[in-house]
Design a binder for this molecule. Structure first.
Ligand code: ADP
Ligand code: MG
Ligand code: ZN
Length: 503
């Protein structure tokens, strides 16, 4: 076996061509052809019925919501929507597919000829790349096999395998790009940026939860290399890459591996490969040199899909603003940069910040609460930030109390602690916990006098003009009032008390 060639060196001799196949599990309530629920994480084989188990005599019915979702996806990717198309049977035997065929689309995909413009971050600034989309088609997911008893989790070396059909029949959309050429050393970053943009679009469309770690968005990365001027090389297909970072690393690893193979005078084998997150290399899977014959034929149990032009236009009117356009608009409105925006997006709080700003909270404050305190609590509780029991209106109310001087930052945190613990609205928590800034001068003066009496040496220093020493007394007063005083006010009262002016 030949050794891989370092990336930069590989790119001096070869040009990469990439092609991405992305599978998205739709977030419909029920499966593609039956009424079984689709929730993730249920007990194995509890979400099945005769249709998705492929029992004889059962008949499929297409899920209208799934068809609507795929048309919206196709429109968001600038595709043409077929006026008439059919589902096909892709025949093969494998234990994860109980019918012995997968209902899919073959020569009549529902969406064709689209494109997606993406922005690729590079060391020299952002680069715009257009990715042409070949097709977007409908299919059904397979069941899930778990190979137990071995140390690799793969079928080789396993003692036995378990099969779970809960996933079998969940609607799946496959988005296939045309070959992407001319990206050179940016190829890995292009692949990553494309999958990221797709994910954001799916999320904005609300058609899938697109959790790569749960497999609701999966990417197969095709890569080939050719010498400049030569025809495209033979491609490998790295399957089921399940994080954005891995998409980038897998493409890079394949470029390095194939360059080594070609440079050593050998040929690249057309095959599927697996990417290993731990070692960062790909290893061979199934050979694809002899095209399998799936004996595709039109599914006789389902009627053709013939979306009317009126329906397609109605669906076009439901398309959301492009995520990248929206991010740029909000960043400008809130006066923040790319880094701050990325922080909000990665924490999954962009919608929440937007809703909070809409509730009247200043953008900086809305960002601060959501990307700080609330993200931390959501992580601790392992829930989505949107599922925390705090509303934009709550944040609005707390900010009002801060502005009026009734709360300071520290107290505001305690109010939210109460709200998040289910103790009620901010006002209820303030009342129940007795959280309010002590603004009564006589109470503060009493606390100041007590602190001065306890630290006479400090008092002396301040009197002699060492105003910096005031911090110790202010700190003691804040402690005595359990943080419920306005530190600035305490300081002013203290200096007045000692007859010192703030230099
Ligand atoms: P398969 O079912 O074998 O995976 P598909 O047509 O579904 O085939 O997907 C093939 C993918 O590979 C497409 O994204 C296509 O653009 C891409 N592709 C085709 N030829 C090449 C090549 N020479 N190098 C890299 N990618 C390629
Ligand atoms: Mg494929
Ligand atoms: Zn079912």
């Amino acid at each position: 076996m030949t050794d891989p060639i370092p990336f930069d060196q590989a790119l001096q001799a070869f040009e990469p061509v990439i092609g991405l196949e992305v599978h998205v599990e739709l977030g419909t309530n029920t499966k593609m052809f039956c009424g079984c629920p689709t929730g993730f994480g249920a007990e194995p084989n509890t979400q099945t019925c005769p249709v998705c188990l492929g029992l004889p005599g059962s008949l499929p019915v297409a899920n209208a919501q799934a068809i609507e979702s795929i048309i919206r996806i196709g429109l968001a990717l600038n595709c043409d929507i077929a006026e008439w198309c059919r589902m096909s049977r892709k025949n093969y035997f494998y234990p994860d597919m109980p019918k012995d065929y997968q209902v899919s689309q073959y020569d009549e995909p529902i969406c064709v000829d689209g494109h997606l413009d993406i922005t690729v971050p590079t060391d020299d600034g952002p680069v715009e790349v257009r990715i042409d989309i070949e097709r977007v088609h409908m299919e059904e997911d397979t069941g899930k096999l778990t190979h137990a008893g071995g140390d690799t989790g793969r079928i080789h070396g396993a003692d036995y395998s378990l099969v779970d059909y809960n996933r079998a029949g969940i609607p799946l959309v496959e988005i296939v790009t045309k070959p992407v050429v001319g990206t050179g050393r940016l190829a890995p970053a292009v692949a990553r940026a494309y999958v990221a943009e797709l994910r954001d679009i799916m999320r904005a469309l609300g058609v899938s939860d697109v959790k790569m770690e749960e497999g609701s968005l999966r990417c197969d990365a095709n890569v080939s290399l050719n010498r400049p001027g030569d025809p495209w090389g033979t491609r490998s297909e790295t399957k089921n890459v399940n994080s954005l970072r891995s998409v980038e690393r897998a493409v890079r690893a394949e470029i390095e591996r194939q360059a080594g193979v070609l440079d050593g005078g050998e040929r690249v084998v057309q095959e599927t490969r697996h990417f290993h997150e731990d070692t960062g290399v790909t290893t061979p899977g199934r050979s694809k040199e002899h095209a399998e014959d799936y004996r595709y034929f039109p599914e006789p149990d389902l009627v053709p899909i013939a979306p009317s032009r009126e329906w397609v236009e109605e669906l076009r009117a439901t398309l959301p603003e492009r995520p990248s356009v929206r991010r740029a608009r909000l960043a400008a409105e809130w006066g923040i940069g790319d880094f701050e925006m990325a922080t909000l997006v990665n924490a999954g709080v962009l919608d929440l910040v937007e809703a909070t700003v809409a509730a009247g909270v200043a953008p900086d404050a809305a960002r601060k609460w959501w990307s700080g305190e609330f993200t931390r609590v959501a992580n601790e509780r392992d829930v989505d930030p949107a599922d925390l029991p705090v509303t934009p209106a709550d944040i609005g109310r707390v900010e009002e109390l801060i502005a009026s001087g009734a709360l300071n930052d520290k107290l505001a945190r305690q109010v939210f602690e109460g709200v998040l613990a289910g103790e009620g609205t901010p006002d209820e928590v303030v009342a129940a916990r007795g959280l309010a800034v002590v603004s009564d001068d006589s109470a503060l003066l009493a606390a100041i006098d007590a602190a001065l009496a306890e630290q006479p040496d400090v008092a002396e220093k301040i009197r002699s003009g060492k105003v910096q020493a005031a911090g110790a007394i202010v700190g003691a007063v804040m402690k005595a009032t359990r943080g419920q005083a306005d530190a600035g006010k305490v300081r002013a009262l203290l200096l007045e008390r000692l007859g010192v002016s703030d230099a």
